[in-house]
Design a protein around this ligand. Structure first.
Ligand code: AMP
Ligand code: MN
Ligand code: MN
Length: 332
């Protein structure tokens, strides 16, 4: 949290008002970006273009962007690595970022104004302006509220970014966050010009072969534990090399683990090479909501939603899995 400004909660109309008068923006989302993160960046930056506001996108780290989202305008040219230098009067918009650390927000200058737009219940409100709505199915659903409140032009390209966040974060309108509002929003976005079948082809039927080869490796390592309630798998650095895959190809693979009959918690641990050695990145899913996986992730410095959460660790795969098994075993 910056010492330079007080922190307060704002409405969609207040964010729209502020956005309208921006000189320049940087849109930031979380590392290992998903469809909501990238849908947000695309829709937000396109809307800024429509409003005549110059801006760029930034995602911390170097891990590959999941290729299924590269069709979204503005996604290919997002900045990576460490936060870029900010030209004067740039406001930073954090989109779908539950924590400061995960978006490298702590690395931005103290005096920069941060607007925090998100739907994670564990978002601590790290912005000077915070619009956090855990009832929203996706962060793109909140962006839609902002755009409507400002009477901004939602054309087919903007609507497509918003729809991608919605369709992916709701598990194609089947997870428990699929509210009547989520369905209504889908209908409204379709009326704005989203070609639903075309988006489906881009996101779910354009899978590069290395991603399927990575899934094959994850399935080879698949185990069910705790009498079938816990599904675990892992991907080593070597698995990525052998599959010809990078980290972006791992996005969504955990969805296959959670499908298994009787599984209540699914875990995928993947190795990631960093400057300081090998790290593990852990994805957690609760299928029936009986275990709050965000609480589990918090114990290891991560976060997320009740049914979808994650953390990173310096421990190796085996010890991370043993810890999870004992925690889940005690809780279920
Ligand atoms: P993932 O398993 O990476 O698809 O993430 C599942 C959910 O948990 C998403 O909502 C993420 O934003 C959140 N999440 C994952 N890793 C972390 C982390 N290290 N810290 C905070 N939230 C996380
Ligand atoms: Mn996300
Ligand atoms: Mn999200």
């Amino acid at each position: 949290m910056s010492a330079a400004y007080p922190s307060r909660n704002v409405s969609p109309a207040q964010v729209a008002e502020r956005l309208r008068s921006e000189k320049r923006v940087l849109a930031v989302s979380h590392e290992a970006p998903d469809g909501d993160a990238l849908g947000c960046l695309s829709a937000f930056l396109l809307m800024c273009e429509r409003l005549g506001i110059p801006g760029e996108g930034f995602i911390p780290g170097e891990s590959g962007i999941p290729p299924e989202y590269l069709f979204l305008p503005r996604v290919k040219d997002v900045l990576r690595g460490d936060p870029p230098a900010l030209p004067a009067s740039t406001t930073v918009y954090f989109l779908d970022c539950s924590s400061l650390l995960r978006s490298n927000a702590h690395k931005f200058p103290e005096d920069v104004v941060r607007v925090n737009i998100d739907h994670h219940g564990d978002n601590p409100g790290y912005g000077e302006y915070n619009l956090v709505d855990p009832a929203a199915a996706s962060t793109t659903a909140i962006l839609y509220e902002i755009f409507k409140a400002g009477d901004f032009p939602i054309d087919d390209e903007v609507a497509t970014g918003l729809y991608v966040g919605l369709v992916t974060d709701t598990g194609r309108f089947q997870y428990s966050n699929t509210t009547p509002e989520a369905h209504r929003l889908a209908a409204e976005l379709q009326e704005c010009g989203v070609d639903v079948a075309w988006v489906y082809r881009q996101v779910y039927e354009s899978t590069p072969l290395p991603k399927l080869l990575l899934l094959e490796r994850a399935l080879r390592h698949l185990e069910v534990r705790l009498g079938g309630a816990l599904a675990v798998s892992w991907l080593s650095n070597d698995d990525f090399v052998q599959a010809g895959a990078d980290e972006g190809h791992a996005e969504g693979l955990i969805d296959t683990l959670r499908r298994i009959n009787g599984v209540r918690v699914a875990v995928l641990v993947r190795e990631r090479k960093t400057e300081s050695g090998v790290q593990t990145k852990v994805s957690l899913r609760s299928t029936d909501g009986s275990l709050n996986v965000a609480e589990l992730a918090h114990k290891r410095g991560g976060g997320g939603h009740i049914r979808a959460a994650g953390f990173t660790s310096d421990d190796e795969v085996g010890s991370v899995l043993a810890w999870i098994e004992s925690e889940v075993g005690a809780a279920l």
